[in-house]
Design a protein around this ligand. Structure first.
Ligand SMILES: [Zn+2]
Length: 411
């Protein structure tokens, strides 16, 4: 029998846990929604997925990755009020090890019942997350024979409130999917609205994608997550080749794909696809609801790479001309002078390509400026100029002083 003090400690510990539960499925107009809550003392938050075209999982696994991230941030145990895949439950320890090393977080207790038997779902489909970008087109084309479904998630990089932008993206993504002979699964979720309270999207997006992959387990036996980085430049990002497979269950294999190719190498494959040339989408700013703003670093880099391949004029979703100096500046440093290191492999590859063919010397020069870190910007540019001016003025005053008072002692 537990002594009273121990019982009080257990009750307090229990009260401080994050509880994942209240799972329910509701039918919506054109599809289904699954909802769960994460509760910590008085704070109750509802996580929600809506999906059209297939029946989603009603297990707790789709909610587990984000619930784990929230519990890790709060530093409290996670209680799941529904059985969990044994494979996933085992892997969560390794997930915690990785997050501990990356972010210095203490490991937490995960209290969940393991599913006693793993029943086959009969899922045969293979999915690929698809934003319309270079990485997702590359993975979709690379595994085209195997992939049956493309998955687009509303509420991740496109906020649910941006209705005009959403309509434009939906039209192009649906057309591209049809042209590639695949089925599109559209999922809408508020997961990012919850995760943004605890983590940056760079840290949380892998867990969010894994949740959607597990949501589709009745339909998909494997889901590809396109990589945004090469093996040479892997960072502690939320989607990572070490981390993504650990969210897999007995039914759904999650695969991180595409680290072997730089963005330029990926684009070489993508430009041969007509659907991609009609719908390529890389912008992260979408200012004034533009599909690609053609002014941010990602847009300008994509335009430079397309021009290097002689494909910019075939790309329907970009302006066909751009300022090379702006491109080199934007792709070298951010406004706060953080080096754009992850742009470099593609820029090097593009420079090699353009120099080999020798038909676009202006682009070659701009790419060279970029890989040689030529450009300063913003306040750093002003500071650099001010320092240079001060040195120049100081030198002039020194020369003038020597002429007026040639015998004066130096200070
Ligand atoms: Zn842009």
């Amino acid at each position: 029998m537990t002594d009273p003090q121990e019982r009080v400690r257990m009750v307090n510990h229990r009260a401080a846990a994050l509880i994942l539960g209240d799972l329910r499925l509701t039918r919506e107009n054109n599809g289904a929604a699954v909802v769960a809550t994460i509760r910590s003392e008085d704070v109750v938050q509802e996580l929600r997925y809506e999906v059209c075209g297939c029946l989603p999982s009603t297990d707790c696994e789709p909610f587990l990755p984000i619930a784990l991230l929230v519990a890790l941030r709060l530093g409290i145990p996670l209680d799941a009020n529904a059985p969990v895949s044994p494979r996933l439950l085992r892997s969560l320890q390794t997930v915690q090890d990785i997050w501990h090393v990356w972010h210095g977080l203490a490991r937490i207790a995960i209290r969940a019942e393991s599913k006693p038997t793993v029943q086959a779902t009969g899922a045969r489909g293979v999915g690929c997350f698809f934003s319309g970008g270079i990485d997702s087109f590359y993975t979709a084309l690379k595994h085209c024979d195997e992939i049956t479904h493309l998955i687009f998630v509303w509420g991740f990089d496109v906020p649910l409130s941006r209705k005009v932008l959403r309509a434009e993206i939906a039209g192009r993504i649906r057309r591209a999917t049809r042209d590639m002979g695949k089925q599109l699964i559209e999922v809408e979720t508020n997961v990012r609205q919850i995760s943004d309270k605890y983590w940056t999207w760079e840290d949380a997006h892998g867990a969010a994608l894994a949740g959607v992959a597990l949501l589709l387990s009745p339909l998909l036996r494997k889901v590809y997550i396109p990589s945004s980085s090469t093996y040479a430049l892997l960072q502690t990002l939320g989607s990572h080749p070490l981390l993504d497979p650990l969210w897999s269950t007995e039914h759904t294999e999650i695969v991180h794909d595409g680290c072997e190719a730089s963005r330029f190498e990926k684009l070489k494959k993508v430009v041969d696809c007509q659907a991609a040339m009609q719908s390529l989408r890389v912008c992260w700013k979408n200012s004034e609801d533009t599909y690609n703003c053609c002014r941010c670093a990602k847009c300008l880099q994509a335009m430079a790479l397309l021009r290097a391949l002689g494909a910019l004029e075939r790309a329907a979703t970009f302006d066909h001309s751009f300022d090379l100096r702006s491109m080199a500046r934007e792709c070298t440093y951010t406004k706060t002078r953080v080096p754009q290191k992850r742009f470099q492999p593609a820029m090097f590859s593009a420079l090699e390509h353009v120099e080999r063919f020798g038909n676009d010397p202006a682009l070659a020069q701009a790419l060279r400026d970029c890989v040689e870190w030529k450009y300063q910007r913003g306040v750093w540019k002003v500071l650099t100029l001010t320092t240079a001016l001060r040195k120049r003025t100081g030198a002039m005053l020194h020369v003038l002083g020597k002429r007026l008072w040639p015998h004066a002692d130096p200070l």
